[in-house]
Design a protein around this ligand. Structure first.
Ligand code: BJW
Length: 228
């Protein structure tokens, strides 16, 4: 870590698993219980908005019952202690990085506690349910949707991520299967640009062989061990 001056960290659902949030593709994960086409595409939302609003209302409400774990807290400590440039990019829509103490989190797939208005396109902080069709706080239209990135939509803050990737000398991927692009392509991009790459995951991910180094085990163990 001593020779590193710029770090990009990418996290996925695995970092929040030990807090009690379901991952997507693991055994018993969200995509075993729900169809991706139905709940995570714009077409699914157009077909059955109640189903989609109910799916995200339940996940938003469940955030009240979970706490950040040792891996979230370790990354917040790294952000505070690291003297170079540091970008934490998460694919997660939960708020556990922030509640673990991270102050600068790039939510590339959006956030459960945010609403996007389909009429005026305003993004607003949102804590309650959407199934009852509340009005947009800005334009008053009953056209709110979860502010999350579905398949076929463009992830948030890609330019900021791109800039950080261009400059980083260490890229660390934590708790993600590497099944979803563009995030799954970051490791190749980082390597091409000369950065060292490290995977921290419960088990080898789809792209594990691409990384210079991989350490496998539960995030609450491998992440604090790496940070300290
Ligand atoms: C632990 C652990 C523990 C467990 N400790 N580890 C063909 C080829 C290439 C691309 C495409 C293609 N066809 C279509 C595409 C594009 C498509 C895509 O990637 N499809 C794939 C299926 C192939 N991508 C898109 O459409 C994206 N948009 C896009 O590409 O736009 C074009 C564009 C991009 C850039 C610039 C300009 C234009 C959008 C993708 C949106 C993904 N949305 C979701 C839902 C978000 C809202 C919600 O939460 O409901 O995002 S899908 C879901 O998957 C969610 C996640 O963020 C994402 C990744 O999942 P993640 O985090 O990796 O979770 P899992 O479950 O897969 O893995 C968990 C891991 O943790 C496992 O490895 C476990 O082992 C591990 N683990 N416990 C440590 N205790």
């Amino acid at each position: 870590m001593t020779q590193v001056s710029r770090i990009v960290i990418l996290t996925g659902a695995g970092i929040s698993a030990e807090s009690g949030i379901d991952t997507f593709r693991d055994h018993g994960g969200l995509w075993e219980k729900h169809s991706i086409e139905d709940v995570a595409t714009p077409q699914g939302f157009a077909r059955d908005p109640d189903l989609v609003l109910g799916f995200y209302d339940a996940r938003r409400a469940a955030l009240a019952d979970v706490e950040p774990n040792a891996a979230h807290v370790a990354l917040a400590r790294l952000e505070r202690e690291f003297r170079g440039q540091f970008l934490l990019v998460t694919q997660n829509v939960d708020d556990l990085h922030e509640r673990g103490g991270s102050t600068n989190v790039c939510h590339m797939h959006g956030e459960l506690k945010s609403a996007l208005c389909n009429a005026c396109e305003t993004r607003s902080r949102w804590e309650g349910p959407m199934l009852e069709r509340p009005p947009c706080p800005v334009c008053q239209a009953p056209t709110l949707r979860p502010d999350v990135v579905w398949f076929g939509e463009i992830p948030y803050q890609m330019r900021r991520i791109e800039e950080a990737m261009l400059q980083c000398d260490l890229f660390v991927s934590i708790g993600t299967s590497g099944a979803v692009y563009p995030a799954a392509g970051f490791v190749q991009q980082a390597k091409r640009l000369g950065a060292r790459t490290l995977e921290l995951n419960l088990e080898p991910s789809e792209g594990t062989a691409i990384f210079h180094e991989a350490r496998h085990g539960p995030a609450t163990q491998v992440v604090p061990a790496w940070v300290d």
